[in-house]
Write a protein that binds this ligand. Structure first.
Ligand code: PAF
Length: 299
């Protein structure tokens, strides 16, 4: 596995890998952008990329522009050596590990703003966050020129922002979203879980429990978003130490609220456990639609 901190070297290595052994078929490139502190969720993204693509690149870069000054940029876990071991074990070909100066040379003043969707859910609580995410991912896409890029469903708002960026700016990359990977007790895997004390780790289970309760209610026929939202909120409030950031039932593409979930919806929650902000979500599939009988909708 090659590790490249420099953009020109990475590009050169990629060009050679793509040319491969001179086969007529172009070799596909799968890309997994990360901020490191890798866990099983990242591993599943790399495995999907490995199954899907001829060449797999991962990046490890704790991107300063997606953190607000009061957030956890400086204490974000940096575990480069273990991360590279995991990536090598999963058969990654190239790892890009740029410095902040390489990604943002002095004087850089160009940003990607995906208007509208960037101000919803996490974007509402973390102003400027998705501008930083979209900018760095746009740069990484330009550098790695992937055919496919792999992201986790856990970051549902990030997925909505990046999908829109790819559409709006005609990036030649297909975004593939992989399911959230959970601990056996339901907690969604996150690099930030390592901030949690044992007691906070227990409290954090309220997030997946809240989603599960609403999902069960929806499966039993509740289609009013307000009722599902109430169930999530009530479940979260059973952990008084949790500070709820948002409880939302939205369209997964626009992140705008929906009133009725029968056409499909994203149930999403964010809460502070101690000082750690955690997010989680589930996608509800559409329950209305084609019955197979022309002109007849499922009731
Ligand atoms: O999801 C992440 O880890 C980051 O937001 C990303 C996509 C690597 C951009 O810094």
């Amino acid at each position: 596995m090659q590790i490249h901190p420099d953009i020109p070297e990475l590009r050169d290595a990629l060009r050679k890998l793509r040319a491969g052994s001179g086969l007529a078929m172009p070799r596909s490139v799968g890309f997994v952008p990360t901020m490191g502190a890798l866990h099983m969720g990242h591993r599943s993204l790399v495995q999907a990329a490995r199954r899907h693509c001829d060449i797999v690149i991962a990046s490890i870069f704790v991107n300063p522009t997606q953190f607000a000054p009061n957030e956890d940029f400086s204490r974000y876990p940096r575990t480069l050596e273990q991360d590279c071991q995991m990536l090598e074990a999963e058969g990654v070909d190239l790892v890009f590990t740029p410095t902040a100066d390489a990604m943002y040379p002095p004087g850089a003043s160009t940003f990607v703003d995906v208007e509208g969707v960037s101000d919803r859910l996490d974007g509402a609580s973390r102003p400027g966050h998705f501008r930083g995410v979209a900018t760095v991912v746009a740069k990484l896409f330009h550098i790695a020129q992937p055919d496919f890029a792999f992201f986790g469903q856990k970051d549902a708002a990030q997925v909505a922002v990046l999908r829109k960026m790819v559409r709006d700016l005609d990036f030649l990359v297909e975004i593939i979203v992989c399911p959230t990977v959970r601990e056996p007790d339901g907690l969604a895997m996150s690099s930030r879980n390592r901030y949690l004390s044992a007691e906070e780790r227990r409290q954090a289970l309220a997030l997946s429990r809240a989603l599960q309760a609403a999902q069960t209610q929806a499966a039993r026929g509740e289609h009013r978003a307000a009722a599902l939202q109430e169930t999530m909120r009530a479940t979260l409030q059973k952990e008084p130490a949790l500070r709820v950031d948002y409880v939302a039932v939205v369209d997964p593409d626009t992140l705008l609220p929906v009133d009725d979930v029968r056409a499909g919806a994203l149930l999403a929650v964010a809460a502070y456990v101690g000082s750690t902000r955690l997010i989680d979500n589930v996608l509800l599939a559409a329950t209305t639609g084609n019955t197979g009988v022309p002109g007849k909708k499922k009731s």
